[in-house]
Design a protein around this ligand. Structure first.
Ligand SMILES: NC(=O)c1ccc[n+]([C@@H]2O[C@H](COP(=O)([O-])OP(=O)(O)OC[C@H]3O[C@@H](n4cnc5c(N)ncnc54)[C@H](O)[C@@H]3O)[C@@H](O)[C@H]2O)c1
Length: 304
């Protein structure tokens, strides 16, 4: 399988967690030479055990062909050695934890190792690239390239900061298309990009309705699902994102904005998190999984 991107051949993924592995596989499936780096051996071992199943899932969801999935799991390489992982990389996509200090340190580390031409990108969900650009040592060759769940969608966000060069932007655009992603390009920096900005308003409104006891969690979801004809409502979405993540983001912005309703919404979420009910991944959140009530056709019975 050939990749259509001539200049970018070697892709380095920083962080072998949930997103790093998905992104690495997607790049490998489209013919790029991929190394997944992680600072922790335990994370790498977990990634090595997950890679086969995840590649099969990408094919099962028809995101890539079975042949691409097979080639991807053969060709992806894992490394805990920054020197060998970074010295010939053409493009980095970073998926380390959502903490600006960790991201800045990792980019500064790889700036010392990677070739001058290498483009650095971050998959951060909530930070904007200008918070990290200085630490990369190559701000003109840096922007956000933010993926969503690759099993579900090929929409990707490209978000430059004011110092990103037009050439870098064009190279990232071409790279995104070369790995079969559909780029949504932001004209200016925005926390949460396009989709997550809208989604966080939806989740916030749903939490407000529940914390004010205006309606039940199930009826709030029924209102959204029944009218928008979707298979999941805002509380089902929060369970799938993970309630710890939703809690952290809600709590952070409640503090920044000193917003009393958002603080009440964070308190509602904290109750679930403290009990270890984190959503789909623990089998219990607002709903119980795998057979969540909203998945049952009876849930919307009577709504046409
Ligand atoms: N999970 C999602 O749905 C999602 C979606 C889009 C974007 N993101 C973003 O992707 C990034 C990663 O999220 P995730 O869910 O994959 O996290 P994760 O916790 O699953 O993975 C993070 C990985 O980074 C590694 N790591 C920690 N410190 C490191 C360091 N100094 N150097 C190298 N590796 C290090 C960890 O060992 C771990 O394997 C975050 O910025 C997040 O906002 C997440």
């Amino acid at each position: 399988m050939e990749n259509s991107e001539k200049k970018i051949k070697k892709v380095l993924i920083l962080g072998a967690g949930t997103m790093g592995l998905q992104i690495g596989l997607q790049c490998a499936a489209w013919g790029f030479d991929v190394t997944v780096y992680d600072a922790f051996e335990q994370s790498l071992e977990q990634a090595k055990t997950r890679v086969g199943k995840l590649a099969d899932s990408l094919a099962g969801h028809k995101r890539v062909s079975p042949e691409q999935a097979a080639a991807a799991k053969e060709h992806i390489r894992f490394s805990s050695d920054p020197e060998s992982a970074g010295r010939d990389a053409d493009l980095i996509n970073e998926s380390v934890p959502e903490d600006p200090k960790i991201k800045q340190a990792v980019f500064a580390q790889f700036n010392e190792i990677c070739p001058v031409h290498a483009i650095f990108t971050t998959n951060s969900s909530t930070l904007v690239p200008s918070m990290i650009a200085g630490a990369t040592g190559r701000p003109d060759r840096f922007a956000a390239l933010h993926f969503h769940d690759l099993l579900l969608t090929n929409v990707v966000d490209i978000m430059p900061h004011p110092g990103t060069s037009p050439q870098t932007l064009e190279a990232i655009r071409r790279f995104a298309k070369a790995i079969d992603q559909f780029p949504i390009e932001l004209k200016k920096e925005q926390h949460g990009y396009v989709f997550n900005t809208m989604l966080s308003e939806l989740m916030g409104s749903a939490l407000t309705l529940a914390s004010k006891e205006v309606a039940s969690i199930e009826d709030i979801d029924r209102a959204w699902m029944g009218i928008m004809k979707t298979f999941v409502g805002p509380f089902g979405i929060m369970d799938s994102v993970g309630l710890e993540t939703v809690y952290k983001v809600t709590d952070y912005w409640a503090g920044v904005k000193n917003d009393s309703q958002a603080k009440a919404n964070a308190a509602l979420l904290k109750g679930y998190v403290e009990k270890g009910n984190l959503g789909v991944k623990t089998g219990q959140g607002f709903y119980q999984y795998p057979k969540a009530a909203f998945l049952n056709p009876d849930f919307l019975e009577g709504i046409r």
